[in-house]
Write a protein that binds this ligand. Sequence first.
Ligand code: FES
Length: 102
Amino acid sequence: MAWQRAASLSSIKDGAVIGVDVGGTPVALFNLGGTVFATHNVCTHALALLSEGWIEDGKIECPLHQGQFDIRTGKALCAPLTEDLRTYAAKVDGDDILVDLD
Ligand code: FES
């Protein structure tokens, strides 16, 4: 495990997502009821940032063609998506959000 600091927990409101750069990798950080989840921030369908999408019921909806992924598992849930989203381990230490991109 190679934990890297990605952001402050206080910078993500409950039910929100932010996009960050972690060592050159675009990462989306989600706060779902105080639990943080991390995924790759680029949609698997085309070039769109999921951090600019909408969260509903634990799903992130892509802003470009409305494909939806499960935030916890990265599973692609509907067309036009055919490929799941990469997820990363995330944990909170104080106000720091740490992610493991390995
Ligand atoms: Fe995300 Fe098309 S770019 S659904």
